[in-house]
Design a protein around this ligand. Structure first.
Ligand code: AMP
Ligand code: ZN
Length: 138
């Protein structure tokens, strides 16, 4: 179980609770939560690697996919369904997009609060491990 001090210092927990504003496009436009319900919150990545780069994060602090329990199956399914809805909203359902759960150090995970990357808006080629984050899109 994650100690409380870890959750208190978690940037995504702070965003979800409204303690820190979420960035807009380019970090300059007003804070915007793109989607929120009882289970998840979605906002734009502060360092987008494509025209659309949205994070769908669980409202409950879960470190990573490794900490998911069988009871969380529907939560993960919900994250994917919200991503699908946001992709349609962003106009990228066609020609398509990537959904990525980075997990652990070798998975390129840098924020240890479960999140799903929704990335699209340009052609995504093969994943190449060239960036510090462990992946990059060409
Ligand atoms: P990962 O590397 O899979 O853990 O992804 C974490 C993502 O969170 C990275 O793409 C970061 O750019 C993004 N990120 C970190 N801090 C913030 C923040 N304050 N607001 C929005 N996105 C953030
Ligand atoms: Zn958190």
């Amino acid at each position: 179980m994650t100690p409380p001090q870890t959750i208190m210092s978690c940037i995504f927990c702070k965003i979800i609770s409204g303690v820190v504003p979420v960035p807009g496009r380019g970090g300059e436009s007003p804070a915007q939560i793109l989607y929120r319900d009882d289970l998840v919150t979605a906002f734009r990545d502060i360092h987008p690697i494509a025209p659309t780069h949205i994070l769908i994060v669980t409202n409950r602090h879960i470190d990573s996919v490794n900490e998911l329990e069988p009871v969380d199956e529907s939560l993960v399914g919900h994250m994917v369904m919200v991503a699908k809805q946001l992709a349609a909203q962003e106009g990228i359902a066609e020609p398509g997009y990537r959904l990525i759960f980075n997990t652990g150090a070798h998975g390129g995970q840098t924020v240890f609060h479960l999140h799903l990357h929704l990335i699209g808006g340009r052609l995504a080629r093969v994943v190449v491990p060239v960036s510090a984050r462990g992946f990059a899109l060409e």
